[in-house]
Structure formats: C-alpha cells, structure tokens
Design a protein around this ligand. Structure first.
Ligand code: FES
Length: 124
C-alpha cells in the first residue's frame, strides 16, 4: 500500500545529498515534472513566473495518488501553491501545508540550480 511514510520535509541546512536531477531546460516553464530518487517520486516545479523552483512529494496525501507534478501551480495570498488535479486540494509549495485547512500536508525539499542543472536536497 502506498503511504506517505517515505516522505519527510528536508530543510536546506539539513541536506546531506544534493541529487542532480536534470538540466534546467528539461523542466517546463510554470509546470511540474516528476523525478525519481531512490524509490521516491518527487514533483519538481519550475515556477518561472516567480523565478522560483520548488520540490515536494509527488504523492497527494488526500487519496494517495501519485499526481502532484501534474497539478496546477499558482499563488494564494503571495504563497506559491500546487492544486491537486483530483479534488483540487491546494498545498503551499513552501511549507507543504494544505491551504484548504485539512490535516494532510506534503513533504517539501530544497532545490538549487547550479551550472544549468536542477539539484534536489535530501537528508540520508
Ligand atoms: S487525491 Fe489529491 S486532492 Fe484528492
């Protein structure tokens, strides 16, 4: 059974491994892409409208669907967010909190861009 167990938020100070995911141009503007890392599916968002990048678990915790990389990104009172395509729950891309006030939340991961490549931070 799929569970959120494998996904824990990583703060930038705690990163032990920067995983080189792909070149920047492999990520569509203002959209998400799913990246695999050691059995985890990570949704990476190139929020080019804000000139920002975000990463979170691809698993929507509402009904355990691997889908969030296909979610719509936008802004809720200045907070960058992703809306799940299934039941439209929205999550902050900064904190992973559910903006609709639900209990479920996402694990988020730091992203850095170096030498035209996207790196995702993990703690191992
Ligand atoms: S599965 Fe994502 S909102 Fe329901």
């Amino acid at each position: 059974m799929i569970s959120t167990e494998a996904y824990k938020t990583v703060n930038e100070e705690a990163v032990t491994t920067w995983f080189k995911a792909a070149p920047v141009n492999a990520f569509p503007s203002n959209g998400g892409t799913c990246v695999q890392y050691k059995g985890k599916q990570i949704a990476v968002f190139n929020f080019s409208r804000r000139n920002e990048w975000y990463a979170c678990q691809n698993l929507c915790p509402h009904k355990m669907q691997m889908i969030l990389s296909r979610g719509l990104i936008g802004t809720h009172q200045e907070e960058p967010k992703v809306a799940c395509p299934f039941h439209k729950k929205s999550f902050s891309l900064k904190t992973g909190e559910c903006i609709n006030g639900d209990e479920c939340s996402l694990a988020t991961y730091p992203v850095k861009i170096k030498d035209e490549h996207v790196y995702i931070g993990f703690k191992e």
